[in-house]
Design a protein around this ligand. Structure first.
Ligand code: ZN
Ligand code: ZN
Length: 260
């Protein structure tokens, strides 16, 4: 149904639908997941006390700054999606048609972890690149203004960083075409994990952290350490690339194992 509706739209009106649709979806996603996570950790701050990674409160000024830059990022993501739609005259990064065969349904499921792994790899190298001395102040410093990030920092990027991040994701979605339901699942998983990295509390159970599996996931402790030290732990979902390319903080494994 969605595909037949979209197929009736011409380039400019399709781009308008994409802009509004993407902006609304991204804004609701941000408010529900990042806002929900902030509410959760503030509401249950006493119960979560020992799980707090840095013993500093989030400041009002910090929360406003993170929310402001995140709002700008949402606008950039939506406009970029619309610009590509307008240029190509089609929905370039999603298949509006629903899966109709067993093979298409299997692909709809398999494509999500494939897209997440490609994103993880892209993000690692993009993140290392924007930490290069002469690039960092112009692109990535805004994100690192939060040395003790809150969940609202999940999209707190300078416009250049938002653009580089979005172009990478759109390139991945061009190579790995996701049906719309898979795209929504990918987007929700990606953002939830991003928020978890900035939540300021280690919510993974100590046993998971110390396990073989825990060794490979990018925990809140891991990303918080990146915000504090400005080096190490460039990964997004996993620590696969950090371990492969020697960018794990030497203190991290000790801390991870000590928690159990
Ligand atoms: Zn971050
Ligand atoms: Zn960084």
């Amino acid at each position: 149904m969605i595909d037949s509706l979209l197929s009736q739209l011409s380039g400019p009106s399709l781009a308008l639908v994409v802009t509004v649709g993407a902006a609304v979806f991204l804004a609701v996603r941000y408010v529900a997941i990042a806002g929900g996570a902030l509410w959760f950790v503030m509401r249950f701050a006493d119960q979560l006390g020992l799980r707090r990674i840095q013993k500093l409160p989030f400041t009002r000024e910090q929360l406003w700054r993170e929310a402001r830059f995140s709002a700008m990022t949402i606008g950039i993501f939506a406009l970029l999606a619309a610009a590509i739609t307008a240029l190509t005259g089609q929905l370039h990064f999603a298949q509006a048609a629903m899966p109709s065969s067993a093979a298409e349904s299997a692909w709809a499921v398999a494509a999500v972890p494939i897209a997440l792994m490609l994103h993880d790899f892209y993000f690692y190298w993009m993140h290392r690149l924007i930490h290069v001395d002469w690039i960092y102040p112009h692109v990535h410093r805004v994100h690192h203004l939060s040395t003790n990030p809150s969940p609202l920092a999940a999209l707190a990027f300078h416009p250049w960083e938002a653009l580089i991040e979005a172009l990478g994701v759109l390139a991945i979605l061009t190579f790995v075409p996701l049906p719309l339901p898979s795209l929504i699942v990918f987007s929700l998983l990606a953002f939830s994990f991003n928020v978890l990295g900035h939540i300021g509390y280690e919510l993974f159970p100590a046993r998971l952290m110390a396990s073989g599996f825990g060794r490979w996931i990018n925990s809140a402790t891991s990303h918080n350490l990146h915000h504090r030290t400005f080096r190490y732990h460039y990964g997004l979902y996993t620590l696969i690339w950090d371990r492969a390319f020697g960018t794990i903080d030497p203190r991290y494994d000790e801390r991870r194992l000590a928690a159990a």
